[in-house]
Design a protein around this ligand. Structure first.
Ligand code: ZN
Length: 136
């Protein structure tokens, strides 16, 4: 019996494209980058960056992979909704507000809080679905 220790690249890519399609952010600029996190929405360039460091992901990393993907997709959704330049401006204004209030520019940032809640709220249903489809 072969233990499915790793999620293969094709399955990972299939999950990514399903998520981008479902949340209608395929039109948002995206690309691969050598980054530590599974994904990152780059506010400055309006690009959803996907890590090319992990060709395969371990079973133990699936939750983190899904929550990160969905969190970053939420930023991409905002970017699509407002236009990425407007969203960049809004994000910078939010950082200014947190600085003035002597709060944390990331932890207290409303866009980060929304994105994190979105990821936490939605990862499980995707986990269930991808499991059903045999992707994980
Ligand atoms: Zn974020």
């Amino acid at each position: 019996m072969i233990l499915k220790e790793f999620i293969k690249e094709t399955q990972k890519n299939q999950m990514i494209s399903t998520l981008l399609k479902h949340y209608k952010v395929e039109s948002v600029k995206w690309g691969y980058k050598n980054i530590k996190d599974h994904a990152h929405y780059n506010v400055d360039t309006g690009t959803l960056e996907l890590s090319n460091r992990y060709k395969r992901i371990k079973d133990s990393q699936v939750k983190n992979f899904l929550t990160t993907m969905i969190h970053e997709i939420r930023h991409a959704m905002d970017s699509k909704k407002y236009g990425w330049k407007n969203f960049k401006q809004m994000y910078e204004t939010e950082i200014e507000l947190q600085i003035q209030a002597k709060k944390h520019i990331y932890k207290d940032n409303k866009y980060e809080i929304e994105a994190e809640e979105f990821g936490q709220k939605n990862w499980k249903k995707w986990h269930t679905q991808f499991k059903k489809e045999g992707l994980i």
